[in-house]
Structures are given as structure tokens and as C-alpha cells.
Design a protein around this ligand. Sequence first.
Ligand code: CP
Ligand code: NVA
Length: 300
Amino acid sequence: MKHLLKLADLSRDEIIDILDTADQLKQEKKNGIPHPILKGKTLGMIFRKSSTRTRVSFEVGMYDLGGEALFLSSQDLQIGRGEPVQDTARVLSRYLDGIMIRTFDQEEVEALAEYGSIPIINGLTDYCHPCQVLADLQTIREKKGTLEGLKLCYIGDGNNMANSLIAGGVITGMKVAVACPKGYTPDAELMKWAADTGDFTCTEDLLAAAADADVLYTDVWASMGQESEAEERKKIFKGYQINDAVCAAAKPDVMVLHCLPAHREEEITAKVFEAHADEIFEEAENRLHAQKAVMVKLMA
Ligand code: CP
Ligand code: NVA
């Protein structure tokens, strides 16, 4: 593994290895055991979009591993004034040991990897959010003891989260059921791969998707960059919500996860959110441990 561009690039064994390392790093941190595995290394973090969790967890993660992280807002970089990503990649490769980038186009992340000579980590694009789903898989495995055979149900927009959950779920042997309104389904090529490779369904019927689920997952109806569509999307997605009825269709011990930030009473009710807050905030914490594992695998 040279980069983390999208989960579909990884094998089951590579994902499990990251999760095992994440569990170990989490345990060491809880026990106060230092692990300066990336001492002397520097991660650049390029952001073209806002972030709370990704920024702070990568920065603290690098600190925990004995290295440094640089926050690079695209507004302050020449990339924000049109310097080609191909040149940015070659320049930054001469200063840094790795780059995490959050941007719009998946192609930009792929170009950084192609032209640079250091590991590139995708911190979210319009297409996918692999770091989030590694933390999600860690959280599910911690609680349920396994991933294989569990049913993961995603309800809402067929966005970056849906794409990465499908990839991560199918690769690790989960059954993945997605419920989205017509016209807002996940990436077509990825869905075809998922249906050919594993146990995958996509429907407009959210109760059918949620039936006997071990894990329910949702995300915002309007992602970063779609702010102008937010009002229209509220009408289109109305009903695509994790609420008591959806939870009742799932297994009695269902986990509810959300990548955050959440919009209460839109994609999830405040009641369900608060009832599962321990799981959701453990999931947020696991961003730190899972990403440290990714950095160790790529940069040590
Ligand atoms: N879930 C997630 O990536 O959060 P941030 O946008 O705050 O980084
Ligand atoms: N789909 C959301 C995820 C945020 C973590 C977005 O792209 O804004």
C-alpha cells in the first residue's frame, strides 16, 4: 500500500491490518504508552473544504506519533490561485513525508499521487471518504467483535460516505444495503462492482434496507459544496431519516453511526442520535486511531 486514495484499492487483508494496528495504537494511548513511530516526519494537510474531525485527528495523530503536521489551507497556497496540482505535488514531495488532502475532485487526489513521490491520503473528496470508513469499521468491529456477515444499512444521499461504506463493507464481507431516493444513488460503477463482488442491494425502500440490520448509518442530505441545493434536497430526501420506525425494522441491538456533522430531525432524529451518542462519538474518536494506523503503514 503506497497511498490511501480510495478503499476499493485495498484488499481485505490490508484493511484488517489497518484495523488491528488502530486497535493496538488505541490501547497504547489509553495505557499512556508512547509510540513515536513517525519521529522527525512531517505531514502536510491540504484543505479545500472545512473540517473539525479530520483536521484535529490528523494533527493530534501526527503529534502522538512523534511527528509534525502542517495545516495548509488552499486559500493560502498557490494551488488556490491556480498553480497546477502536478507542480504542487512535486514541490511538496521535496519538503514533506506525506500529504493528506481534502478536496472536491477525486482526480486531484489521484494526480497528487501520480506526480508526487510521497504517500497521499484522501481526507475526503466528493467521491469518497476512506479515512472515515476505516474508523467506522474499527467502531463496528469493537462493538460486534466481527465484520464478516453483519448487515450494514446506509440511508440517505448516495454520496462520498455511501461510496466508501459500500467499498469498505463489501471488501470486509459485510452485507451492504443502501436506501436512496431515485436520482441520488451511489456511483454506478461502484454499485456494479459491489453487486458482482459481494452482497449488495440498493433500493428506494428504507424499511426494506433496514430490515434486520446490525448497523444503521446516515449522513447529511447536502454535502459540502452542495449548499445551494440544500432547500431542494430537504424536499427530495424527506423521509430518508433514521428514526424509531427504521430502528424497529433493524435488529434489537442495532448500532447507529453517523460520520458527523449531523442535522437533527433531517437525516436522523434527535432521539435516535442521543440514544446512540456513545457509539457515534466513539466512532469520531476512532478517526484518530484509524488514521494513525494509516500513517504508520504509509509513512514509517
Ligand atoms: N466526519 C468528518 O470528516 O468530519 P469533519 O468534516 O469535521 O472533518
Ligand atoms: N457527505 C459529507 C461528509 C462530511 C464528513 C460531506 O461531504 O460534506
